[in-house]
Design a protein around this ligand. Structure first.
Ligand SMILES: [Zn+2]
Length: 310
């Protein structure tokens, strides 16, 4: 029985499977459909995608990049340094000789440098502690935290934090690291432990991945199978079956434009039925953080493609 309110997945690739954004743009050079908000390649053409993806030229990127929340950077120097007045007057308001002026100019530049460096280091400490906090809340291994902090440091070095929130960049670095290490967390899961909204995470992630040349292909649903199955206490057999369903149906082109978490969830649900370890759609949906409607739709498509009759 099909429900009438199945609007969510009705039309393939109208919204981004990762962040639900409707800002999908076609990159004519590559024939790819790309999410403007999180950068996910929603649909790719089957011909050679080339080694590195660059959807926009620099100018376009500049124009399109949105400014995130104001940075939380605070510049307090605890009263230890005195700011030298920019008006080149001494404490009595008298003008200063040119020799003294250039001396003060140097001093002022030096002060500025120290203050920026201090702020940068404080911000880095804060960002790294945020990464640690979120990583432990997500239960991801040490290696992911390390990769995330490398990404964050690179972003800092390339001056990508400017105009964005530290929390946003830290979260995006962690999100990217999870994908990179092959233990992906969905934007939904990431945003639950983050101090920033999913939309901002998606946008910041897109920006830093483009600038740093990180991988932005969709995650292979099979990467979600071990974790979801273990949370559902399903056997190895179910895992193997789910992977088989994913592989076979992906070959048929069913995966294109679909959320990888929803896809994995449906395959796990189907596999649990086939292996007589039935879980309800609700149970699987809770673990994968997708809707039951999504599972139902993907499941129908998958079993049809596999020639199984549910
Ligand atoms: Zn997106």
């Amino acid at each position: 029985m099909r429900e009438t309110d199945e609007t969510e997945d009705q039309e393939t690739a109208r919204t981004c499977p990762e962040c639900d954004s409707e800002n999908l743009v076609k990159d004519s050079d590559r024939g790819e459909l790309i999410c403007e908000d999180c950068g996910l390649v929603v649909e790719e053409e089957q011909i050679d995608p080339g080694p590195e993806w660059r959807a926009f030229n620099h100018q376009e990127r500049q124009n399109k990049s949105r400014v995130g929340a104001p940075t939380t950077q605070t510049m307090h120097d605890k009263g230890l340094t005195t700011t030298i007045d920019w008006k080149d007057k001494d404490a009595y308001g008298r003008s200063i000789s040119s020799k003294k002026r250039s001396q003060m100019h140097r001093l002022r530049k030096w002060q500025e440098r120290i203050r920026t460096k201090d702020a940068g280091e404080r911000n880095l400490q804060f960002a790294l502690s945020e990464i640690d906090r979120m990583a432990s809340a997500l239960g991801v291994p040490r290696s992911v935290r390390e990769v995330a902090s490398v990404i964050y440091r690179r972003a800092l070095k390339e001056d990508l934090i400017r105009g964005r929130s530290i929390e946003g960049v830290a979260t995006s670095a962690l999100y990217a690291a999870c994908r990179k290490e092959g233990i992906p967390r969905s934007l939904e899961e990431i945003s639950e432990v983050s101090r920033v909204e999913r939309k901002e995470i998606g946008r910041t992630y897109r920006y830093i991945s483009q600038e740093l040349g990180l991988e932005m292909r969709p995650v292979d649903p099979k990467k979600y199978v071990p974790r979801f199955c273990s949370e559902l206490q399903l056997s190895e057999e179910v895992q193997t079956k789910a992977n088989e369903i994913i592989e076979k149906t992906a070959e048929e082109g069913l995966l294109s434009g679909k959320s990888p978490t929803g896809y994995a969830a449906a395959a796990i649900y189907a596999a649990s039925l086939l292996c007589n370890e039935k879980k309800t759609q609700r149970e699987v949906a809770d673990v994968a953080q997708v809707t039951e409607v999504t599972i139902r739709n993907r499941y129908q498509e998958q079993i049809e493609a596999m020639g199984i009759h549910g």
